[in-house]
Design a protein around this ligand. Structure first.
Ligand code: SF4
Length: 266
């Protein structure tokens, strides 16, 4: 018992040391994460997008094709005002065969410029967590956001730093069907919500992340019919770890839970 505890303590210490390398300073622009106090209330449940057409092609190929069509739709989307000011839509990245989908709040400055989620300092930290605890790369999972375009305080200056804001309930409601459609195509076993906003929106609850992390929940939208819930594990947004390194230990615990879940036979 003592030996096991000692090994676990060494594991967590090594993990925290790894995450600290080059990542210990607070971010200049932490991407999409916002303080929990600024988080919007969950948006009303949106109407789903039309179901994809049936096809005789192999399932993985169909998913790739359908997701590409959906990404194109997002690229041209103007359902809400965010689509007018954005530099790039930020659809998602990773494999369509992922068993876990990580969901953040929305793109920040860097993501808007590169068109990929979690590419700034928060993204680097997420990559390190994936690698250190789960032994995975971002290409082994899928990473997306609740809204696909950069919410800006001042939409006329997309080149300005410090211009991020949380998405409004209306923007979340307009964009949410895209995420559910991505989930329908990918069919993950679980979702990890990163931070308060993604957690509140996906679970439909109004509690801070520290109150809900460390537990599994059922995704309230039955994408695959009754009795086939997607499990949801809330954890801290990587930007919160950059601001407060003391949260790394809790995140490690959460990722160990995720690892155990993913290692269970399907
Ligand atoms: S945030 Fe979503 S709903 Fe709004 S314009 Fe972008 S893709 Fe469309």
């Amino acid at each position: 018992m003592k030996r096991a505890l000692g090994a676990a303590a060494r594991d967590v210490a090594a993990y925290i040391r790894t995450l600290d390398e080059n990542l210990s300073e607070p971010p200049l622009n932490a991407g999409a994460a916002v303080p929990a106090a600024a988080a919007p209330l969950q948006a009303p449940s949106p109407a789903p997008l039309p179901a994809p057409a049936a096809s005789a092609a192999p399932a993985a190929a169909v998913a790739a094709e359908d997701i590409a069509l959906l990404a194109e739709k997002v690229k041209n989307c103007r359902r809400c005002g965010l689509g007018i000011a954005r530099l790039n839509s930020v659809f998602g990245v990773g494999t369509y065969k992922a068993r876990v989908v990580f969901v953040g709040e929305g793109p920040g400055f860097q993501e808007d410029h590169e068109g990929e989620p979690f590419v700034g300092r928060s993204g680097q930290l997420l990559d390190k967590i994936l690698e250190t605890v789960l032994g995975l790369k971002r290409s082994d999972v899928y990473i997306a956001n609740i809204v696909k375009c950069h919410p800006m305080k001042s939409p006329e200056t997309p080149e300005a730093h410090g211009n991020d804001r949380p998405p409004t309930p209306e923007e979340i409601s307009a964009c949410r069907p895209y995420l559910d459609e991505q989930l329908r195509f990918i069919k993950p076993a679980c979702i990890v919500t990163l931070g308060s906003v993604a957690t509140k929106v996906l679970l439909g609850i109004d509690k801070g992340i520290s109150a809900v992390r460390g537990h599994w929940y059922d995704y309230p939208v039955e994408l695959f019919g009754p009795g086939h819930p997607i499990k949801v594990l809330p954890t801290y947004h990587p930007a919160a770890l950059l601001r407060n390194p003391n949260l790394k230990r809790d995140t490690w615990e959460d990722m160990k839970m995720l690892k155990e879940f993913l290692e269970k036979p399907v």
